[in-house]
Design a protein around this ligand. Structure first.
Ligand code: TXA
Ligand code: MG
Length: 331
């Protein structure tokens, strides 16, 4: 099944995009985190098309994207005061809350769980599009299964060309990694996936927040058992700039074409010329640029040496993605 894939602006494409959703088709739309592959969350057959286009296993649930906090009432029941506080504080924005599902939500969205993920993106194109659809959109990241999440329309096009009819143009995603997922049905609210909204930020609203501990064996976010976000070339994390440079030289000597991914000042004071993709000055910059850098690196190089961003705040959120992409390899 191939079709022509077009990238259109919201101005020229809104009516057509809404029409596609109403007919039970899928549409790619930008969010502030990554691009999403959306379908009407209340139409199980439409949601199945997301899994087909992605090549994603059906036991991995999807997030329902809304255009107003009040839409939560159609998706969830027994919403706690804590959940309401989190939504009021951080929505619209890069966070997903896991709530007890309403019976309205088809199993295709929740993978049969008794919970549903709800997210209200802040990107103006996403808000306009979802509002015009008038229905929540179930959407995973708009990449084929196991590929890197897309942070530009061009990334989506390269990966999903022929599999989706329409991509709404929204420029480069400002946040750059997927939303923080917080399970508000747990006794103590629990972060299932770290993101731009950090544990500290949540703790200020909730008092107590558990961080997801990778050692738990029965993963609550089913997606965590799949290898995710992997570039097509090898990738390692360097514990210091010095080991990064050593590894770079070793790979070069072995006939590889390595590249270093790090923040602007990483190699300051180190003598020599190295192929380098600059992730910017701050952790926010690095978070925004990390996926695009992986996309670029896998096209031009065959070996990625990536900086360690540490264990604090959004550094930890970036490392969550980097560790997955590198399969946990450190030097
Ligand atoms: O930023 C984002 O969240 C992006 C944009 C498009 O909104 N979406 C995204 O979706 O990252 P996806 O499908 O790539 O990742 C969603 C994650 C999966 O790991 C899934 O297992 C988890 O959310 N998830 C969804 N519903 C869940 C639920 N009811 N309980 C636990 N985990 C859930
Ligand atoms: Mg994804």
């Amino acid at each position: 099944m191939t079709m022509q894939t077009r990238i259109v602006s919201i101005k020229e494409g809104l009516d057509e995009a809404v029409e596609l959703i109403k007919r039970g088709e899928v549409v790619v739309f930008p969010t502030e985190t990554v691009y999403g592959l959306g379908a009407n969350a209340f139409d199980g057959d439409a949601v199945r098309k997301i899994f087909e286009a992605k090549g994603r296993p059906m036991d991995n649930p999807l997030i329902a994207h809304i255009a107003d906090i009040s839409w939560t009432n159609d998706l969830a029941v027994d919403v706690s005061d804590g959940a309401k506080a989190v939504m009021n504080e951080f929505m619209p924005g890069p966070i997903t809350v896991i709530l007890k599902r309403s019976k309205n939500v088809p199993d295709e969205v929740t993978a049969g769980l008794d919970t549903v993920g709800v997210r209200f993106p802040s990107h103006s194109v996403a808000r306009q599009f979802i509002m015009a659809c008038g229905t929540p959109l179930a959407a995973p990241s708009a990449n084929t299964s196991t590929k890197i999440s897309p942070t530009s329309a061009q990334h989506v096009f390269e990966d999903m060309q022929g599999r989706v009819p329409l991509i709404l143009q929204g420029g480069e995603c400002e946040v750059g990694i997927e939303s923080t997922i917080v399970d508000m049905t747990a006794d103590i609210p629990t972060i299932l996936r770290p993101g731009a909204i950090t544990q500290d930020m949540l703790a200020k609203v909730l008092g107590k927040v558990k961080n997801f501990d990778g050692k738990i064996i029965v993963a609550k976010a089913p997606g965590m058992k799949y290898k995710h976000y992997a570039p097509s070339c090898e990738m390692v994390v360097a514990t210091s700039a010095r080991t990064a440079v050593e590894e770079y030289c070793r790979q070069k000597a072995n006939g590889h074409s390595p590249v270093i991914l790090a923040k602007s000042r990483y190699l300051e004071g180190i003598v020599g010329k190295f192929d380098f993709i600059d992730l910017g000055e701050s952790d926010e910059d690095a978070m925004r640029n990390i996926y695009a850098a992986m996309h670029e690196a896998q096209e031009k190089y065959d070996y990625i040496v990536c900086q360690d961003f540490g264990e604090e705040g959004i550094g930890a959120s970036i490392m969550n993605r980097v560790n997955k992409a590198s399969g946990g390899k450190r030097i």
